[in-house]
Design a protein around this ligand. Structure first.
Ligand SMILES: Nc1ncnc2c1ncn2[C@@H]1O[C@H](COP(=O)(O)OP(=O)(O)O)[C@@H](O)[C@H]1O
Ligand SMILES: [Mg+2]
Ligand SMILES: [Zn+2]
Length: 328
């Protein structure tokens, strides 16, 4: 789990707790006005609590048994009054949104479902720039944008190729785990590489895995800020982002080849991709470059890692953005 996201999820839980305390107070005031006798009962119950604590600390006074019995009678009377006035018997009981963990976020030594849910929401929020309005799903991936006539003799038609690509991506997302290969999407702009990345990101995030998305230039800018920023907040935000990008279960790295290339960026990229390979963390890379471009731009070492450790999926077709313009 990523610390920064977990902290935000816990803040969300804290908000729920405060809202519940506010609601408890509101109810207490409401009842104090509607049923004055109850205010007296509550006051007595509080006093008894103090007495019980005193007894436990070795003080003198009535016996604990007597106090407990009186408390039960007071509680019964309170329940009866509430019922008579048309309220639920437990209207004044502490409110917790999650009965399992009583809003602590932990249950039987493990993270509770409710906190996990908040954590996933934070993750999905981070994916927002990729998921946009949620339109990118496998089911929404249309094949009729891809021609069923091969571009060249002896080649597969774009539609056949893309049908396979879609099926591979779907299966990959379904079976996401240790044995999955890394994926590399190549092909001209506008062929659906980012679309299918988003569909995979959503499906894998829904399984509860940590998914991060960034463009290569966005990622490099985090690396640069981590290394060179003199602004403390900016620097530590960047460091936390870099940790996430290094360690998330699935990293989607978009638009490889569009970044400014320097010795620093080349080195950062190699370190990241190599580190993720060693840690067995999965990565999906999209690029408009082909194999030769990659070797020329990034050198033999990175090119050979990408060749050996990634399954390449070549996207074929005509720019879908252009097709849409023509149809309008
Ligand atoms: N198979 C598809 N069905 C429907 N819309 C698509 C499909 N492929 C791409 N698009 C849309 O076309 C545009 C370009 O796709 P995109 O995934 O950004 O291409 P790439 O990342 O390959 O450059 C986007 O608006 C995307 O939603
Ligand atoms: Mg793209
Ligand atoms: Zn819970």
């Amino acid at each position: 789990m990523e610390g920064r996201l977990l902290a935000r999820a816990r803040a969300g839980l804290e908000e729920t707790r405060s809202a519940n305390r506010r609601e408890e107070n509101r109810r207490r005031e409401e009842i104090a006005a509607a049923i004055p006798e109850i205010a007296g009962i509550e006051k007595k119950l509080r006093l008894h609590m103090t007495e019980l604590v005193g007894l436990a600390l070795g003080g003198q006074g009535r016996g604990a048994e007597e106090l407990k019995e009186e408390n039960l009678a007071l509680q019964a009377r309170r329940a009866e009054l509430l019922r008579q006035h048309g309220y639920a018997e437990d209207y004044l009981s502490p409110i917790c949104s999650c009965p399992k963990c009583r809003d602590t976020g932990w249950h039987e030594g493990k993270i509770c479902e409710c906190l996990l849910r908040l954590y996933k929401q934070e993750q999905t929020r981070e994916l927002a720039p990729l998921l946009r309005d949620g339109a990118e799903t496998f089911d929404a991936f249309r094949l009729d944008y891809y021609s069923n006539i091969p571009f060249a003799e002896g080649q597969r038609a774009p539609r056949d190729r893309m049908r396979t690509v879609l099926a591979v991506c779907r299966t990959w997302a379904d079976g996401f785990g240790d044995g999955s290969p890394n994926l590399l999407f190549t092909g001209a702009p506008g062929l659906g590489k980012t679309f299918l990345s988003a569909a995979i990101a959503r499906a894998v995030a829904e399984k509860g895995a940590g998914v991060a998305y960034d463009t290569v230039s966005g990622l490099l800018s985090s690396f640069e800020k981590e290394r060179f920023s003199r602004d403390g907040d900016e620097q530590s935000d960047a460091a936390s982002r870099v940790r996430q990008l290094m360690s998330c279960d699935l990293l989607i790295l978009d638009d490889l080849g569009t970044e400014m290339s320097t010795a620093f960026t080349q080195n950062a990229l190699y370190t990241l991709l190599d580190g993720r390979l060693r840690a067995g963390k999965k990565t999906i890379i999209s690029t408009n470059l082909n194999a030769e471009d990659i070797a020329e731009r990034y050198g033999a070492a990175l090119a050979s890692r990408l060749r050996g450790e990634y399954e390449w999926l070549e996207f074929l077709g005509r720019d879908i953005r252009a097709q849409r313009k023509e149809r309008r």
